[in-house]
Design a protein around this ligand. Structure first.
Ligand code: GSH
Length: 202
C-alpha cells in the first residue's frame, strides 16, 4: 500500500492528519504538482482526474478522493472513531464534513485557483469569481464562529473528520489571505486547540 501525496497541497494533508490521528503509517510517494507530475500518463492511470491524494492498495487498485480514503482507514482502523460512532452520529459528522468541504474548503480553493499565480496557465482563471469565493469563505468563517459558541468541535463534543477538513481549509486560506478574524473568538479557540494536536504537523 502507498499514498500518493503532495506536501504543498491541502487535500492530501487531510488524509495525512487523519492517518496521524489514527496512528497509521503508510509509505508515502511525493507527486510534484509544480512539475505537473500529476498530469503525466502514469499518474492519470491512477486517477484520471489528475488530483491528489490517491491511495494505492496492495492489489494494485486505487482510491481517490480524500474522504473516500479516510473512509477506508476508518473501516480498517475504527479507533479512535473520526467519522461517527453510530448511524445518527455518523450522519451528523458527515453533514458537518460536507459543509466544511463544500462551504469552506471549496471557497478557499476556489479563491486560490482563480486568483493565484500558481494556477496561471494551468487552468482558466476568473479573478472576479475568485473574489466572490473569498467573500463566501469569509461569511462561512463568521458562521463557524457562531456554531462553535456552544460546542468544542465542529460536529459536537468530539474531534472528527469535520475538524480536519475545516482546519486544513483555514490553514490553506492564509495563502490567499483568508484568515480567522480577530473578533472570532470561538473559531480562534477551536483553531488553537486543533493546531495543538500532534497531527497538525502532518
Ligand atoms: N475532491 C478531491 C480534490 C483533490 C484535489 O483537488 N487535489 C488537488 C490538491 S489539493 C490537486 O491534486 N491539484 C492538482 C491540480 O489541480 O493540478 C479530494 O477531496 O481529494
Amino acid at each position: 500500500m502507498k499514498l500518493h501525496d503532495s506536501r504543498v497541497a491541502p487535500n492530501p494533508r487531510r488524509v495525512r492528519i487523519f492517518l496521524s490521528e489514527k496512528g497509521i503509517e503508510v509509505p508515502i510517494v511525493q507527486v510534484d504538482i509544480g512539475k505537473k507530475e500529476n498530469l503525466e500518463p502514469a499518474f492519470l492511470a491512477r486517477n484520471p482526474l489528475g488530483r491528489l491524494p490517491v491511495l494505492e492498495l496492495d492489489d494494485g487498485s486505487h482510491i481517490a478522493e480524500s474522504v473516500a480514503i479516510c473512509r477506508y482507514f476508518e473501516g480498517t482502523h475504527p479507533d479512535p472513531p473520526l467519522m461517527g460512532v453510530d448511524p445518527a452520529d455518523a450522519a451528523v459528522v458527515e453533514m458537518w464534513q460536507r459543509r466544511m468541504e463544500i462551504e469552506v474548503m471549496n471557497n478557499v480553493t476556489g479563491c486560490f485557483r482563480n486568483t493565484h499565480d500558481y494556477f496561471k496557465g494551468r487552468t482558466p482563471q476568473v479573478p472576479e469569481f475568485g473574489e466572490v469565493c473569498r467573500g463566501w469563505a469569509g461569511e462561512r468563517l463568521a458562521w463557524l464562529d457562531e456554531v462553535l459558541a456552544d460546542r468544542e468541535f465542529i460536529a459536537g463534543g468530539c474531534y472528527t473528520i469535520a475538524d480536519i477538513t475545516a482546519q486544513v481549509a483555514i490553514d490553506f486560506g492564509r495563502v490567499v489571505d483568508i484568515r480567522i478574524g480577530p473578533d472570532q473568538k470561538n473559531l480562534s479557540r477551536w483553531h488553537e486547540a486543533v493546531s495543538a494536536r500532534p497531527s497538525a504537523s502532518a
